[in-house]
Design a protein around this ligand. Structure first.
Ligand code: ADP
Ligand code: TRP
Length: 338
């Protein structure tokens, strides 16, 4: 079993990123490690240049994200953590796969449509071929499993299509060049909503900082944000069905359940009939309890650029070694002399 996942290094991590993605990385590190498999996790800095960006900020964000991922529990002795730019094989394989990816396939990608919006002609070519780089990220390591959010499923299917077509066109049946990866969409993967609007997802791009819990928030700030979170005047129901039509209440109960590793039904068994006046402080305390240690590790590491670069370089060395055989096999299969 070989697990790989990536995240774009865009500013600080928030509770949605942690509960929706990184916490799952940490769990896979433990489970897959116990079975003798490998976990590779990377910061998708090459993907980040598909949108307008400020170079110095990209450098800072890449280091900040590395610090955050380590603070959340990724152990760089057990997992391979690196940034894409340190492993040129990703960009090289992307070019080689551009010969196999079809324009018609890329035209169907909903993320490109969303991100390019009304200005499709002005979008970068990198935004358009973004999914081919993502396929290269996965295929270069013979990855078997890719934990991702629901929104990335289409990109994973494209990676499978590219692998399949390449194997068909350029490899013999008994010696395929690429492994077909399986997406893992964690069943319990929480979709965390904004604290200000239960119908919008918690996001770094929300202009209101009160809408999200950042991993950099101190205990007082987290408590304040929970207390000011939008709710309705009703008490909590004692069963999940009673959360129907109450998006804000459902979100707060969902956050509690996810953090405490309980079901929503269990949380409501404990808190049903109580108002937010008592539920919010309990949620705030739980958040502080779970996030304060992460925050402390993050603060200790975030400004140590040399240590962070050393961590990323150590991971990149291992990644480059793992990537080489597949890259060589791809050049060979295509008849490229080197
Ligand atoms: P943002 O919406 O803040 O820009 P990204 O799109 O960069 O976040 O997402 C990075 C990772 O975090 C992805 O794996 C995504 O699925 C996960 N993620 C982001 N926001 C949430 C959320 N509100 N709930 C659950 N997972 C989330
Ligand atoms: N596109 C992914 C996202 O926005 C990040 C990513 C890049 C990724 N390459 C990947 C995820 C390879 C999994 C595997 O969340």
């Amino acid at each position: 079993m070989r697990v790989l996942s990536g995240i774009q290094p865009t500013g600080n991590l928030h509770l949605g990123n942690y509960l929706g993605a990184i916490r799952n990385w940490v769990r896979m590190q433990d489970e897959v490690g116990a079975q003798g498999g490998d976990c590779l996790y990377f910061l998708a800095d090459l993907h980040a240049i598909s949108m307008p960006h400020v170079p110095a900020e990209l450098t800072a964000n890449t280091r900040a994200m590395a610090a955050a991922v380590v603070a959340c529990g990724i152990d760089t002795d057990r997992s391979i953590l690196f940034n894409q730019a340190r492993v040129p094989a990703h960009a090289e394989l992307q070019w080689l796969l551009n010969g196999t990816a079809r324009i018609g396939w890329l035209n169907r990608m909903t993320q490109f449509k969303d991100k390019s919006g009304k200005n499709r002609e002005g979008a970068s070519a990198a935004l358009y071929t973004y999914p081919v780089l993502q396929a290269a990220d996965v295929l270069i390591y013979q990855t078997t499993h890719v934990p991702v959010g629901e929104d990335q499923k289409q990109h994973l299917e494209l990676a499978r299509d590219i692998a399949q077509k390449f194997n068909n066109d350029f490899a013999s049946e008994d010696a395929p060049v690429f492994t077909l990866p399986e997406p893992i969409i964690p069943p319990g993967a929480a979709r965390i909503m904004s604290l200000r609007d239960g119908s919008a997802k918690m996001s770094k791009s929300d202009p209101s900082d009160m809408s999200r819990i950042n991993l950099t928030d101190d205990a007082d700030t987290m408590m304040q944000k929970v207390k000011k979170a939008r709710t309705d005047p009703e008490a909590l129901p004692s069963e999940p069905a009673g959360l129907e039509g109450r998006a804000e209440a459902r979100n707060l109960v969902g956050i509690y359940a996810t953090l405490a590793d309980m079901t929503v039904a269990d949380v409501l068994r404990d808190f049903g009939g109580q108002g937010f006046g008592s539920f919010k402080p309990a949620l705030g305390e739980l958040l502080v309890d779970r996030l304060a240690p992460i925050n402390a590790r993050y603060v200790a590491l975030k400004d140590d650029a040399a240590a962070l670069d050393a961590i990323l370089e150590k991971g990149a060395q291992k990644a480059r070694t793992l990537a080489k055989p597949t890259l060589d096999a791809t050049y060979d299969a295509l008849g490229l002399c080197r």
